[in-house]
Design a protein around this ligand. Structure first.
Ligand code: NI
Length: 274
């Protein structure tokens, strides 16, 4: 059994065949899928998918590049969506210094991230974090800023959330950044680029991360793994990422699937909805 802990199934790329996409995922052994929102509208759409499919769960929040309509009023609505029983995380939230370069806009991202983290603490649900550096660098200001914000936030956490505060989604950073996130008890999300030909450095990093802290995610419709690179991605492809992690960690695909699914169950606490 596999899990896809990050797929944007409400996007227009899936408008024509969403039921086929979900069926193929189930056929491929994907037991559960997590659909994170990117603003108020897509958070609502994520919940709509979760309401109509037993194996889909939702997360809500404002993505750092989708802040155009962020306001107190809209954030209050996000706070109400969180009460839905199938909303099991806050996300996708975080910092993006790739698309956002103006210092004031970056500051705005950091400021808007804080109430999301506060909300997660209040409702005791983990966060799904986006982290992207300028020029897609391995390390830079976004990593520094996010780790500082998370370390600050972590200090005030207690109980279950302190042990499993969230996941660094589609991790593209250095081993040092991953280790700092692990020290704060975060999980690390692995996506399709680990399968790309020239991704040796990425594979070397993943080889050094503990399997018990990894999640496998497609980020559909983006980041399709080889041999589908450049095409539309979908949750049924999550096994290709499991295969690569298995190769890197010298384990079987079954073991990787079982361990990463157990990780997702532990982080999101969604087994009750089997
Ligand atoms: Ni995403």
């Amino acid at each position: 059994m596999l899990t896809d802990t990050h797929c944007h199934l409400y996007l227009e790329q899936f408008a024509g065949d969403i039921n086929d996409v979900i069926w193929r995922a189930t056929e491929a052994g994907v037991a559960k899928m997590l659909v994170p929102g990117m603003d108020l509208e897509t958070s609502r759409e994520a919940i709509r998918l979760a309401e109509t499919h037993a194996n889909i769960f939702a997360a809500v929040g404002y993505h750092p590049t989708d802040m155009q309509r962020f306001s107190q009023e809209n954030f209050d609505k996000i706070c109400r969506l969180v009460e839905h029983p199938k909303v099991i995380a806050i996300g996708e939230i975080g910092l993006d210094y790739y698309w956002i370069k103006e210092p004031e806009k970056r500051m705005e991202q950091r400021q808007n991230l804080l109430p999301h983290l506060e909300l997660a603490k209040q409702v005791n649900k983990p966060v799904i974090l986006h982290l992207r550096e300028e020029n897609d660098a391995w390390f830079g200001a976004a990593s520094v800023d996010l780790l500082n914000i998370l370390a600050d936030w972590q200090k005030d956490l207690s109980g279950a959330l302190a042990d499993k505060p969230g996941v660094l989604h589609s991790f593209n950073g250095t081993l040092e950044t991953a280790q700092k996130a692990l020290a704060l008890n975060f999980y690390i999300g692995i996506t399709g680029p680990i399968t790309y030909k020239k991704a040796d450095r990425k594979r070397e990093i993943v080889a050094q991360l503990p399997l018990e802290k990894l999640l496998i995610e497609t980020d559909s419709p983006f980041l399709a793994p080889a041999p589908f690179r450049g095409k539309r991605n979908e949750p049924a492809n999550v096994g290709l990422i499991a295969d690569k992690i298995a190769e890197v960690h010298r384990m079987t695909r079954e073991a990787v699937a079982q361990i990463t699914t157990a990780n997702a169950n532990r982080l999101f606490g969604w087994e009750a909805y089997a």
